[in-house]
Design a protein. Structure first.
Length: 393
């Protein structure tokens, strides 16, 4: 067995191999003999594999056996020359449309890896449900005992290593620089589409990669309702409040930032709401304790906000796990409220965003702010240097 290690991996080989060791130990502890990883983020975490498109009908991934060192990449036959450039692997299994599920099953059987307990990621964003069903049926047909492998790797990714943290800090610095320049260039007459393109360009100029989610721009009287809409052709007018939500990205590690800009004007109520959000963030960081659930600190932060802003004007306050991400979403599986699919205590390396999305329906504005927060030995703190108040252009 000769291991292929691509040049230019984001981390040293020993960091990846340490991840493999931790994963295999966790598999053994859970009674899992074979794991098929298909989540793009999890695949990247384990092998370095990065692609711009994961064909929905192809189970691109990695096969891992708890008791063996071999790492097997499963990928489209047309990627045969790409795999050595991007992924650590000991072997490759090529698949194609129409036969992919059966080809994976045959690869598992040929290695004898169907013996014992086999886990697959049912809730991964790729492949589509029909392919996962076919995989499951095929594995059961050859005698495998099938269990859920969801969040096994995701949980290992919750606490970032120092090297991972450094990438997120760098991504946050890129976001700060891009937003500071955007403040100087945002003008009446631009469309939301142009603002989105501009912040994307400013990030790229600083070395940021294509994010898992396009830059969001919300403006005008329905901005609070448009929070998850595509940037539109709406022309920004004098006095508008413009919320911009984007991420810096380094080696697929994201740092999220959103700030509200006022274009040639001012809005006292929006500033009041944004300062309330700043106080809420300060409370979150002050109350957070390593070794404890973040839920208590999150509840305190929400109480702080609700004491300052009427409930009818709060669209959402909260946060979710951040870090390694691929389209279509940068949303992780943990939440500051600790009510996601899996719970996770605060500890050094925990990364989340924190959002306060506020609005006034009658006045027709949204006042949103988002920060990325990182837990270290010193506690929880935001990565951005840009204040949360209304930013006048």
């Amino acid at each position: 067995m000769t291991r292929v290690v691509p040049q230019g991996l984001p981390f040293p080989l020993d960091e990846y191999e340490a991840r493999h060791g931790v994963l295999r130990a966790e598999m053994t502890a859970r009674g899992i003999d074979t794991l098929f990883v298909t989540s793009p983020a999890n695949l990247c975490y384990l092998t370095g594999y990065v692609a711009s498109w994961y064909a929905p009908r192809l189970p691109i991934g990695a096969l891992i056996r708890a008791a063996e060192p071999e790492l097997v990449i499963v990928d489209w036959s047309r990627h045969v020359d790409y795999i050595p450039l991007t992924a650590i692997h000991d072997a490759i299994e090529l698949i194609d449309y129409g036969t992919a599920a059966s080809e994976v099953v045959q690869a598992v059987r040929r290695r004898g890896w169907h013996e014992g307990v086999v886990a697959i990621e049912w809730h991964a964003p790729n492949p589509v449900a029909g392919i996962v069903r076919d995989l499951a049926e095929g594995l059961r047909a050859i005698g495998a005992e099938l269990v859920e492998g969801d969040y096994l790797v995701d949980d290992l990714r919750v606490y970032k290593s120092p090297a991972e943290q450094a990438k997120i800090v760098r991504a946050a610095e890129m976001a700060d620089g891009a937003f500071e320049e955007l403040r100087e260039r945002l003008r009446p007459g631009m469309t939301e589409l142009e603002v989105s393109a501009l912040i994307t360009s400013l990030l790229a100029e600083r070395g940021s990669e294509v994010p898992a989610q396009h830059a969001l721009v919300s403006s005008g009287p329905t901005a609070w309702a448009d929070v998850h809409a595509f940037p539109s052709r709406r022309v920004i007018e004098r006095g508008d409040i413009v919320s911009v939500d984007a991420s810096g990205v380094v080696d697929r590690y994201h740092a999220n930032l959103s700030r509200a800009f006022v274009v040639d004007g001012w809005n006292d109520r929006a500033e009041e709401y944004l300062q309330a959000g700043a106080a809420s963030l300060a409370t979150l960081c002050r109350e957070a304790r390593n070794g404890e659930s973040p839920a208590g600190a999150m509840a305190a932060a929400e109480r702080e906000l609700r004491e300052r802003v009427p409930s009818r004007n709060i669209w959402w306050v909260g946060g979710y796990g951040f870090g390694l991400a691929f389209p279509p979403s940068w949303v992780g599986h943990t939440y500051l409220a600790d009510d996601g699919p899996h719970r996770a205590d605060l500890a050094p390396g925990y990364v989340s965003n924190f959002e306060t999305v506020l609005f006034d329906r009658d006045a027709g504005f949204e006042a949103a702010a988002i920060d990325t927060v990182l837990a270290t030995e010193d506690g929880l703190a935001p990565l951005s240097r840009i204040p949360r108040g209304l930013l006048r252009t």
